[in-house]
Design a protein around this ligand. Structure first.
Ligand SMILES: [Zn+2]
Length: 80
């Protein structure tokens, strides 16, 4: 599988992995909109590309459109 690297809103590069609906079996909270991502919802998991070891522990799940629009999401929410 090829890696998909995209810049985050915080200036770091993130590896992005699409999670298909059939693999989405848990509820996550999207840091973009602060709403839940329900099981069965296709979305994306992202983590720091420059620090994969730490990144995998610190993976974030986003709604696909929220990640796409991350740059316009409010600066009020810090990631960490
Ligand atoms: Zn969202």
């Amino acid at each position: 599988m090829s890696r998909r690297i995209e810049p985050g809103a915080d200036g770091f590069d993130y590896e992005v992995r699409p999670i298909p609906a059939t693999r989405a079996v848990k509820t996550y909270r999207c840091p973009g909109c602060d709403h839940e991502i329900r099981p069965g919802t296709s979305h994306v998991a992202v983590w720091r590309a420059d620090d994969p070891e730490r990144g995998l522990d610190d993976r974030r799940h986003w709604h696909t459109p929220c990640w796409a629009n991350r740059a316009t999401r409010g600066p009020t929410r810090k990631w960490s």
